[in-house]
Design a protein around this ligand. Structure first.
Ligand SMILES: [Mg+2]
Length: 256
């Protein structure tokens, strides 16, 4: 019989040999590592690195605003502002698209003179005619860093999981891909993910729902502490000094 002392010996030995691995003498479905069987024959089992990182889109990687007269005026008056504010508009909801379409030339001209124009992009928007994507600062380092974890076999996959309608979600993913030079894809919720998977999200309740849909957690656990699976980032709303994605990358690295 393998005693506690034996286990400690094996643990220490493996820990020395395999410094960069997490070693578990007792298997769990939530962590990667080594499982050492204690009954008769010793057995070593290494779990495959099959975790997926899901990425929320809105307020996690980007922020999309409507193009309104107030926003146009803001960029005209503040061509080098590092904070793009949320501005109320005097237009009614159904007046925004016609106004934006009528003024798109002037909007494009004004935005082309914006000092931080590499952070923004005008996109078509079903409801408002046009929208303005603001890319969260450090999004490229963030996605590149996650891709590197896949290359190193610490992670299997990276997918975008957004509540947006499919067509619009694809427009956003395409624009993020163009911005960062990567090939992100939308997550298909009919594919269950491994329990070691996680999500990067600004919204804790919505993230809980996504974790359930991806079968990473059980429905009964939706209200419990999901910090193991959730890398929470503060919502991004246009502050170009934001650094939260650098911290989020470190948080993911710590868990894989
Ligand atoms: Mg969000």
């Amino acid at each position: 019989m393998i005693t506690k002392q034996h286990k400690t010996f094996v643990y220490n030995m493996l820990d020395t040999l395999l410094e960069d691995l997490t070693i578990n003498l007792f298997p769990t479905s939530h962590t990667k590592g080594l499982y050492i069987a204690a009954h008769g024959a010793k057995m070593i089992f290494m779990e495959a690195e099959d975790s997926t990182v899901l990425l929320d889109m809105d307020e996690t990687m980007i922020h999309v605003i409507k193009l309104t007269p107030e926003i146009l005026e803001f960029f005209q008056k503040n061509p080098d502002s590092q904070n793009i504010p949320a501005l109320k508009t005097n237009l009614k909801s159904n007046e925004i698209a016609p106004w934006a379409k009528e003024n798109i030339k002037q909007i494009q001209k004004t935005l082309s003179q914006y000092k931080y124009k590499t952070f923004i992009k005008i996109i078509p928007h079903e409801q408002y005619g046009y929208g303005l994507i603001i890319f969260r600062p450090h999004i490229k380092e963030f996605i590149d860093g996650l891709q590197e974890l896949i290359t190193k076999h610490d992670l299997q996959d990276l997918k975008v999981f957004t509540a947006n309608k499919q067509d619009y979600a694809q427009v956003l993913v395409d624009n993020v891909n163009e911005h960062v030079g990567q090939n992100l894809e939308l997550y298909n919720p009919s594919q269950p993910l491994k329990p070691s998977s996680m999500i990067v999200d600004d919204n804790k309740p919505l993230a809980g729902g996504k974790l359930v849909r991806a079968q990473i957690i059980d429905k009964k656990d939706i209200m419990s502490d999901n910090t193991q699976h959730l890398v929470h980032v503060p919502a991004f709303r246009g502050d170009l000094n934001d650094k939260a994605l650098l911290q989020a990358l470190e948080d993911v690295k710590e868990r894989v």
